[in-house]
Design a protein around this ligand. Structure first.
Ligand SMILES: Nc1ncnc2c1ncn2[C@@H]1O[C@H](COP(=O)(O)OP(=O)(O)O)[C@@H](O)[C@H]1O
Ligand SMILES: [Mg+2]
Length: 320
């Protein structure tokens, strides 16, 4: 297969942590050809989505004392060539949030790719439809009590009713801007003003789930089916469990209840072309559906001695 990955600058990626690197590495080890590009390298020429693509070669990471180790020069890229993305068998759109204007414009360019020729993962329209925080709210039977509002009064009443809550910017990732709120907090007004940009931007406010101290489980779904999971446990100093803020990762199983949550989501994910997603589950509740650049494969692989990258690339080869 010929595969293109639209990424943030490769020099900024962490080979031992980033799932995009795991996917590229797996594809390459299986003999597929891989090119990389960035959102600002996409263009439309004669009605076709094109990109300045760079052929990439990776030196695979190695497991040393239970941790991935990469060489300092772990990637090598060739000079870029302008190519039609339809020359590829699949295009992976794997740019990190925020989903800002350049991100959205990139999805409009990807819309021009003929799905008969090239599979785009995830679907550009699906990426536009699915805000990572709000998308979960349609699955009312599996989520914690949650509101979305920019109104201080509404938020204040919700926090008072819940006793404790977590505020989340709708466009954040990796724990950014996630706040713990309690009634009577002397910073309450200011926190809400900053988060809502003075009442101009809605935020999510969710009941505080005490089970969060035992971990926030990331489950990777491939066409709605769970293929692996990893737990992220807060340090105790910070209530957030994200790996990016120091959360400890631990091996974990997928419970029957969590499999049911996956089944609840599967038809909708399929309909929206959201083939490769990472859901977050706290205490048996769905809190987030990560569709842009879900991560976790490296951690799942090393904790379970598996290769999810290989599994995903095999799925892709069979699909196209
Ligand atoms: N309802 C909640 N109750 C308790 N802790 C939460 C709740 N929602 C999120 N958290 C904590 O905050 C972290 C980040 O929240 P999340 O919704 O996954 O946003 P992000 O996109 O930043 O990962 C989680 O890993 C978890 O530790
Ligand atoms: Mg999360």
């Amino acid at each position: 297969m010929k595969l293109a990955f639209i990424l943030d600058p490769i020099s900024k990626l962490d080979p031992g942590h980033d799932t995009s690197v795991a996917l590229i590495e797996a594809a390459q080890l299986m003999g597929h050809q891989v090119w990389i590009t960035q959102a600002n390298q996409l263009t439309i020429l004669a009605g076709k989505a094109c990109a300045h693509l760079q052929s990439v070669t990776l030196k695979p990471v190695r497991l040393v004392d239970g941790l991935w180790q990469a060489e300092s020069n772990w990637y090598e890229v060739q000079n870029s060539t302008l190519m039609a993305l339809e020359d590829m068998d699949a295009v992976w759109m794997r740019i990190d949030p925020p989903v800002n204007t350049p991100y959205l414009y990139a999805t409009y360019i990807l819309d021009l790719i003929d799905p008969e020729k090239t599979l785009v993962i995830n679907s550009p329209s699906g990426l536009r439809n699915a805000n990572e925080k709000v998308y979960a709210l349609q699955f009312t039977s599996v989520i914690p009590t949650t509101i979305v509002s920019q109104d201080k009064g509404v938020i204040e009443k919700f926090v008072a009713d819940q006793g404790a809550a977590v505020l989340k910017p709708l466009g954040g990732k990796a724990g950014e801007g996630i706040l713990f709120l309690k009634p009577g907090d002397r910073n309450f007004n200011s926190l809400v003003e900053i988060s809502t940009k003075q009442g101009q931007e809605p935020v999510m406010v969710q009941e505080y789930l005490p089970a969060a101290k035992d971990g926030d489980k990331r489950i990777i779904l491939l066409e709605g089916k769970p293929i692996g999971a990893v737990n992220r446990i807060p340090t105790g100093k910070d209530f957030r469990g994200n790996m990016a803020v120091g959360g400890r990762v631990a091996q974990v199983d997928i419970t029957e209840k969590e499999k049911e949550i996956c089944q609840t989501l599967a038809p909708k994910l399929q309909e929206d072309g959201l083939f490769f997603v990472g859901i977050d589950i706290i205490g048996g509740y769905l809190t987030e559906v990560n569709v842009t650049s879900p991560t976790g494969i490296r951690e799942i692989d090393r904790l379970n001695n598996v290769s999810l990258g290989k599994e995903v690339i095999e799925w892709l080869a069979a699909k196209i």
